[in-house]
Design a protein around this ligand. Structure first.
Ligand SMILES: [Zn+2]
Ligand SMILES: [Zn+2]
Length: 346
């Protein structure tokens, strides 16, 4: 089969490798679509302690089950399935409590397990038994079903942010995930959702989503605009969807008394620490926390939300590439000129 094999830092080669063989309790997936995540690009440039070379990355996956081992009962040949990223080990206290994204081992597709930038993917028994693998609803395409992975992370982030009816929510960063957070906050009952963004192209794209206020971070003063939009009180929930410590610093004073600030986007290794005037939290009785990844039930819920049309997956997809053009796909993501970029290996 053909696969994009990551062989080291900044080194990925599309080449012929052996097609994996199904064991008693694994299954073989013919990969139809695998969307590119910002984290794939980070692994490509900087590596990751959980990724040993050579490896195939990509964790926003959809395809056809073409073969199942004799012991696999959950899926059969011909099933269309979507697969997400975080795979619970199933054994540790966190996984047993349904908090698999906090598992100490933190298995993930495209990290310890091979990912979706290949014609075929052997799905490990651990993924089949405990992981984010679900049948694709009939009304979703493979491309659309890949959006369940980033959407699952957004569901986790908004659950932890306790978004509720009547809230005002601010999202900083209008990439695909920022826009998903914003639209999902509306689905969860937010009365007003505000998004801010620096780049012009994404600012225009953000206006095509169900978002109430779109702020140009280069032309307007974010703090002043948020205070205007909130009657001077600040927002109930702030989410940072940009990997920048400056954005985190900027986000904290925007919060209302008793409000919640979710540092949703992680920072690249080596980023400076966040310096915080803690009285901003103390006197406002505000909450500062983070969220990352998702658990399998979020992935299932994401597919259901996409199927119901509450979130329209197609709006988030701006580019498609073949497997041979994977480097062009990565460059398109890095250019921040579009939304989600999908690789179609078959
Ligand atoms: Zn992802
Ligand atoms: Zn675990």
């Amino acid at each position: 089969m053909k696969a994009a094999v990551l062989e080291g830092i900044d080194s990925m080669v599309v080449k012929e490798v052996g097609t994996p063989e199904v064991t008693d309790d694994s299954l073989l997936l013919k990969v139809r679509s695998c969307a590119v995540c910002g984290s794939d690009i980070r692994i490509y440039h900087y590596g990751n302690p959980r990724v040993k070379y050579p490896q195939i990355v990509g964790h926003e996956i959809a395809g056809d089950v073409v073969e199942v081992g004799p012991k696999v009962k959950k899926f059969k040949q011909g099933d269309k399935v979507a697969i997400g990223a975080d795979v619970p080990c199933g054994e540790c206290p966190f996984c047993r409590d349904g908090l698999g994204n906090n598992c100490a081992i933190n298995y993930a597709m495209g990290y310890q397990f091979p990912g979706g930038f290949a014609e075929y993917l052997l799905v490990d028994p651990l993924v089949i038994n405990y992981g984010p693998i679900h049948k694709i609803p009939d009304n979703l395409s493979y491309d659309e079903a890949t959006m369940a992975e980033p959407l699952a992370c957004c569901i986790n982030g908004l659950e932890l942010s306790r978004v509720s009816l009547g809230d005002i929510v601010v999202v900083i960063g209008a990439g695909p995930v920022g826009c998903m957070l914003a639209e999902l906050a509306k689905v969860m009952g937010a009365r007003k959702v505000i998004i801010s963004q620096r780049s012009k192209v994404r600012l225009e794209l953000a206006k095509t989503f169900d978002i109430d206020v779109v702020i140009s971070a280069t032309e307007e003063d974010l703090t002043q605009r948020v205070m205007e939009e909130t009657g001077g009180f600040g927002a109930d929930v702030i989410l940072t969807a940009t990997s920048s410590v400056e954005v985190q610093t900027q986000a904290i004073p925007l919060v209302k008394r008793r409000g919640r600030i979710n540092l949703f986007a992680g920072l690249p290794k080596g980023s400076p620490p966040l310096i915080l005037d803690s009285n901003l939290l103390h006197y406002k009785e505000a909450f500062l926390f983070g969220s990352h990844g998702s658990v399998p039930r979020h992935h299932r819920m994401a597919l259901e939300l996409l199927s119901s049309g509450r979130i329209t997956a197609q709006k988030y997809i701006s580019h498609n590439f073949g497997l041979d053009q994977i480097m062009d796909a990565f460059k398109t993501v890095e250019s921040r000129q579009g939304m989600k970029v999908i690789v179609n290996p078959n």
